[in-house]
Design a protein around this ligand. Sequence first.
Ligand code: F6R
Length: 241
Amino acid sequence: MDIRIFEDNQELDQAAARLIADLAKAKPDAVLGLATGSTPVGIYRSLIETAAAERVSFKRITTYNLDEYVGLTPDNEQSYAYYMNQHLFSKIDIPLNQTFLPDGMADDLDAFCAKYDRMLESARVDLQLLGLGHNGHIGFNEPDRELTAGTHVVTLDEATREANARFFASLDEVPKQAVTMGVGSILKAARILLVVRGADKAEVVKRALSGPVTTDCPASLLQLHADVTVLLDKEAASLLA
Ligand code: F6R
């Protein structure tokens, strides 16, 4: 694993944006796996600035998001589809029909999950951006005795709902289920970019990067991947040896 530690959060954002922009330059039809949450907000902001300054085009780029809540329409401000449009897609030149997210409104969610996996399989993600949950989740793959390889419907841990309640009017409004890429789908990406910040994530960073590989900490499975870059702020890195 290539672990890089940053003193300054803006530098961290710029480093992540640089990796994505360089890929888009080197491979104009690259396939990106994208994440939502707090962590990527600054990365997307920096990527938009870099794309404008260096004329990086996303016209031939395709994107696949990790996850989406069940039951939220794309025009719901809390949906990840809304988030992606707001924070990235509307501010770069990517055609929206080349951006894909799990459909949490699908009538047949299982059929949708199988279809999303077929799409991922033929697209082949070049770079997957990941954040890290306090409980070690990646995407919405929550700690469990067993993990699911492919895209699937997941019941969110109460801790995850509580952590995400900050984006909703109340905890009651946080959906109980989500559709997420599975760990197998995530690990198929050619390269993985894990970004984590904050002292509150120091413990889970240590477990994910230097603890045993275990389904109790889904992010620890990243240790099995050959090409993982980890960008940490110094607080998140504070418990690493
Ligand atoms: C988001 C996702 C989640 C988040 C994680 C960290 O698409 O898949 O795994 O990356 O919950 O969230 P933040 O960045 O809000 O701390």
